[in-house]
Ligand binder design. Structure first.
Ligand SMILES: [Zn+2]
Ligand SMILES: [Zn+2]
Length: 125
């Protein structure tokens, strides 16, 4: 079985520890893996069952599912906007990713006109 992890398309898999979207990479032996540098996490998928599941998970529809599940997991978390101090519940549609490399940077403040982004790992005060 070959995984169609083409170079033209980026697949993101949320880090199970911090929720950051991680690039799905391929080893020299064509096995998929993800790496989260901040967490020091490496996740390798070594057999076909896992590869099939990963492929499903990172496909578009399933990816939305992941974020929904992630939201359920994190819905107890509240973020505080560093700009205006507004507190809000995180949700997938507030995810702010970097224009440069697509990395997850935090959650956008819902206040109108506020450009604040609450970083995922900001200190809770
Ligand atoms: Zn992580
Ligand atoms: Zn704000």
């Amino acid at each position: 079985m070959s995984l169609d992890l083409g170079l033209n398309q980026r697949y993101l898999f949320p880090c199970p520890l911090c929720g950051q979207g991680l690039d799905v990479r391929e080893t020299k032996k064509k096995k998929p893996y993800v790496v989260c540098d901040p967490c020091g996490l490496q996740l390798f998928v070594r057999n076909e069952t896992g590869m099939g599941r990963l492929e499903q998970l990172v496909s578009d529809a399933e990816q939305r599912d992941i974020w929904a599940r992630l939201e359920e997991l994190q819905q107890q978390y509240q973020k505080k906007c560093p700009e205006c101090g507004h507190k809000f519940w995180i949700s997938p549609d507030r995810i702010k990713t970097s224009w440069v490399d697509g990395r997850f940077v935090g959650y956008r403040c819902p206040e109108r006109g506020c450009q604040g982004v609450a970083a995922w790992d900001q200190d809770e005060k």
